[in-house]
Design a protein around this ligand. Structure first.
Ligand SMILES: Nc1ncnc2c1ncn2[C@@H]1O[C@H](COP(=O)(O)OP(=O)(O)OP(=O)(O)O)[C@@H](O)[C@H]1O
Ligand SMILES: [Mg+2]
Length: 264
């Protein structure tokens, strides 16, 4: 397997993800002005429900790069967690046709006390590769990440950009059918971001599916062919990137501000 050669296992238009009537409610405990005694005895607690996703229906075909946008707390990360199977939906159905690789919050799945090399091997094993396959790919992963000798240092000594470089290298080496990226590109420098975007375009041209959550609207506009706007757990709009991004910006009343689509 070579990072640059991706096989075509899917036909464009085949369905990668199907979501029907999805609801997700988080239940957390909160205390209303607890007294010291209540805090000790754990009385006076109430449960609070947060409806993170409500009535979401979505079909994502192979061969598409779907951008997911929306305000903080809109439910974007929650939707990614449900699609990747990290949390079950409260109700509704999620059907996935293929192998999902996720690049969610930075460092998920990495053990900071282990070196980059050790984490790559563990990550590969978790993704179902055998040790021989991983060793064969290791040099390629390290070359893609371009972090030099740091590959043999504990990951707790890494900068956040180094962290995401290695995470991205691992997530693409397993040749996912569906790649989910939640804000993980924002810490990479310009050169690495460019390399990641090229890799994303290559996956797309081989009929893989990529879902990218980002507040960097210019990047979304540049690489996505389809955009979903979430607002308070519901789909506000979905379709052609320019139109959806314009409507989202309009809703923020920042359409005239050039900083709104500046990439971070
Ligand atoms: N583990 C959790 N427990 C309870 N509530 C949660 C949990 N995770 C998220 N929420 C709540 O669910 C809602 C959606 O959060 P989510 O993280 O999906 O938003 P987001 O669109 O990814 O936001 P951001 O742009 O800030 O990353 C928010 O109201 C949030 O407070
Ligand atoms: Mg989020």
């Amino acid at each position: 397997m070579n990072l640059l050669s991706v096989s075509d296992d899917h036909n464009a238009g085949d369905r990668a993800v199907t979501i029907k009537n999805l609801d997700l409610t988080y239940i957390t405990t909160v205390e209303k002005k607890p007294t010291f005694r209540q805090a000790l005895t754990r009385t006076g607690r109430k449960t609070r429900e947060v409806r993170a996703l409500e009535g979401v229906n979505l079909e994502i075909p192979y061969g598409s790069v779907l951008g997911v946008i929306g305000s903080n707390g809109a439910g974007k990360s929650s939707l990614m967690r449900v699609i990747s199977g990290i949390i079950p939906p409260t109700s509704g159905r999620v059907e996935i046709a293929g192998k999902v690789s996720t690049l969610l919050a930075l460092g998920v799945g990495f053990n900071p006390r282990l070196t980059g090399r050790e984490n790559v091997i563990l990550g590969g094993l978790a993704a179902g590769l055998n040790r021989a396959e991983i060793e064969q790919q290791f040099e390629e992963i390290a070359a893609f990440a371009e972090i030099g000798d740091a590959i043999d240092s504990p990951m707790k000594t890494y900068s956040s950009g180094m962290y995401s470089r290695l995470a991205f290298a691992v997530s693409v080496v397993v040749e996912p059918d569906i790649l989910i990226i939640d804000e993980a590109l924002s810490t990479g420098d310009a050169k690495f971001k460019k390399k990641c975007l090229e890799r994303i375009k290559s996956l797309r041209s081989h009929n893989r599916t990529i879902i990218i959550v980002s507040h960097a609207l210019a990047t979304i506009n540049d690489i996505c062919n389809d955009v979903l706007w979430l607002n308070q757990g519901k789909i506000m709009m979905r379709g052609e990137p320019g139109a959806v991004i314009a409507a989202y910006k309009e809703s923020l009343h920042v359409a005239a501000s050039p900083s709104a689509d500046e990439d971070v």
